[in-house]
Design a protein around this ligand. Structure first.
Ligand SMILES: NC(=O)c1ccc[n+]([C@@H]2O[C@H](COP(=O)([O-])OP(=O)(O)OC[C@H]3O[C@@H](n4cnc5c(N)ncnc54)[C@H](OP(=O)(O)O)[C@@H]3O)[C@@H](O)[C@H]2O)c1
Length: 302
């Protein structure tokens, strides 16, 4: 049996009683494991996803631990739904200690959302950006913002033309761009929080290749079945191991002052050259605000 994420992360003795966490995409996979681990440590968790039945099942498991969880449904392709999620969070708590941006996936067929943005980019990146902007004033002084990126962020740059078009669409390329956006976003957030004198940290991580999560379910034909068959290969990671880095970043004392970094297996790793480009980080931050038609968050630090 695989050890639990909190054990793997070395935080099994941490007491999160009285703290709150929002884990996006916690109806399944890495997010679900992270939510349950934080609940076992005592945190009250807001569970999020589109699948209400799956979300309520996680809530039931968390409630059985003696915590006070809640579920909020929101489709991350719909900006109004993200704003509603943020409003529900603000009504639930005015001091959020853990914000884990995790919802997302690899989507084979392309489409543009209502705001004219390529679907993967909006679901995997823009919604996390919007949610952060909406929740900045609800974050506790020592809050931690954790973003699930991927090793797939390597080998691409952000192509702003492709974000507004489906010409030559490739699901994997779109996924790679969105995961690069996760690293750029996390680094810029960390930079701006530091510039504005805040102690909130922001870090991104790669959870490993995890065929046992629900990751493959949006792929066509036999691919989901083939992907889950890879579970036995040695280079793959269990869902609990993937969640362990999220739990580590969310509450380990070892990283209480670490921000703006990229982690793999609970260790700092150097992300791609494109993700370390300060201009690209700043540009994504500014362009994301324009795409969403909102004021640039933490603009004073830009
Ligand atoms: N599995 C891997 O090998 C791997 C590797 C690197 C990175 N990752 C990253 O890990 C994160 C979690 O993936 P996973 O592997 O745990 O897959 P998963 O089991 O499919 O979980 C994805 C979560 O995201 C939510 N989600 C997907 N589309 C959404 C949408 N349009 N609106 C709102 N929520 C949405 C899903 O909830 P609903 O279905 O209820 O909407 C689900 O809770 C993703 O960001 C993924 O890119 C995974």
């Amino acid at each position: 049996m695989t050890a639990r994420p909190e054990t793997l992360a070395g935080v099994a003795e941490t007491d999160l009683s009285g703290t709150t966490a929002l884990v996006t995409g916690s109806t399944s996979g890495i997010g679900r494991e992270t939510a349950l681990a934080l609940g076992r440590l005592g945190a009250d968790v807001m569970v999020h996803g589109r699948d209400e039945a799956a979300g309520m099942a996680v809530v039931d498991e968390l409630a059985a631990l003696g915590t006070d969880p809640t579920f909020q449904q929101a489709d991350f392709a719909d900006r109004e739904a993200v704003e509603n999620l943020a409003a529900a969070l603000r009504a639930w708590t005015d001091s959020l200690e853990i914000l884990h941006h995790n919802a997302g996936g690899l989507f084979r067929s392309g489409r543009l959302t209502e705001i004219g943005v390529e679907y993967t980019f909006q679901v995997n990146h823009l919604s996390a950006y919007l949610l952060t902007s909406e929740l900045l004033s609800s974050l506790a002084d020592d809050a931690r913002v954790v973003t699930t990126s991927s090793g797939a962020h390597r080998g691409v740059t952000i192509d702003y033309e492709a974000i507004g078009s489906l010409e030559s669409y490739s699901g994997f390329r779109a996924y790679q761009r969105s995961k690069l956006a996760n690293v750029l976003f996390s680094a810029e957030l960390a930079h701006r929080l530091e510039q504005t004198g805040q102690s909130i940290t922001a870090n991104a991580f790669h959870p490993g290749a995890i065929p046992a999560s629900g990751f493959g379910r949006f792929l066509p034909g036999p691919l989901p079945r083939l992907l889950s068959g890879l579970q036995r290969l040695p280079m793959t990671t269990s869902v609990a191991e993937g969640a362990a880095t999220a739990v580590y970043l969310a509450c380990s004392r070892q990283v209480e002052d670490v921000s703006g970094r990229y982690f793999v297996d609970r260790a700092i790793k150097t992300p791609s050259r494109s993700s370390r480009d300060r201009n690209a980080q700043r540009r994504l931050w500014k362009r994301s605000a324009v795409l969403l038609d909102i004021d640039e968050p933490l603009a004073e630090a830009g």
